[in-house]
Ligand binder design. Structure first.
Ligand SMILES: [Zn+2]
Ligand SMILES: [Zn+2]
Length: 256
């Protein structure tokens, strides 16, 4: 089975020049799944497919650079003339639903839940979308956040979400064919606030410990030097390293 991962937004915390915030389209086994909907990312999504063509949306956490475009998706689906009665399955970490319904309250005779079929997900949860399996692990981050393991026959991709690393991320990323991992910062982790994000070297260490062969670094903060991210990570990582960019597609195929 082939899995295509298209980066819709790779910027960390805020948009950059031509770079949107976190959003990734997974296409495998005839299913389309949106991972995160940060600011601007669903503009790029619609280069690939219509919002209604998604089979599910997964939101890693309630920070706006990962979820705020769901408000746009709400209006997109609500005003879609070809909208059926189907609600869009939404699998979101705790507090996402509360935040977004609060933003829409009083604004509409319809509600968020008329458009989305919300399910809260957390550590250890499993969701099956056709032949695509999603597993979730808690992430080290200041608000409830999940890392996501996406598996389809013979292929595994893991998305860290925002994460400061740790054993749960290493465990869920174990032997993945591709790890899409945040690397917000460069330099020494001790020079940054604890339990918030990874450095480039920290992400590389996670990938090494998990036995991952292919690492794509993303969520690089606007002021962070992308070339320095690549240099620092490649000095640590034992496998094949790439730096995510908007609208780049990664094809993942079973290992022979
Ligand atoms: Zn973020
Ligand atoms: Zn965050």
């Amino acid at each position: 089975m082939v899995l295509d991962l298209t980066v819709l937004g790779c910027a960390g915390s805020h948009t950059g020049v031509g770079r949107m915030c976190s959003g990734y389209l997974i296409e495998a086994a005839g299913k389309r799944i949106l991972l995160d909907a940060g600011n601007g990312s669903t503009g790029n999504l619609q280069r690939e497919c219509r919002v209604r063509d998604l089979d599910a949306i997964v939101i890693s956490h309630r920070h706006v650079d990962h979820c705020i475009d769901l408000i746009g998706c709400y209006y997109n689906l609500r005003f879609d003339p070809e909208r059926s009665g189907r609600r869009m399955p939404l699998y979101a970490a705790a507090e996402v639903h509360e935040l977004l319904t609060g933003l829409l309250s009083g604004d509409s005779p319809m509600s968020f839940d008329d458009v989305f079929e919300h399910h809260e997900v957390g550590h250890g949860d499993h969701v099956q979308i056709g032949e695509v399996s999603l597993r979730f692990a808690r992430s080290v981050h200041p608000v409830p956040t999940v890392s996501t393991r996406i598996e389809v026959e013979g292929v595994t991709v893991v998305y860290s979400g925002d994460s400061a690393g740790g054993p749960d991320l290493i465990e869920i990323a174990r032997d993945a064919d591709l790890l899409l991992c945040e690397a917000t910062w460069t330099g020494d982790a001790a020079d940054h606030p604890p339990d918030l994000h990874l450095t480039a070297a920290g992400a590389a260490e996670v990938a090494n410990e998990a036995g991952v062969q292919r690492l794509v670094l993303t969520h690089i903060a606007g002021a962070t030097d992308r070339e320095l991210v690549a240099a620092e990570a490649s000095g640590v990582f034992n496998g094949f390293l790439e730096i995510a960019d908007d609208l780049v597609r990664y094809r993942v195929e079973p290992r022979r």
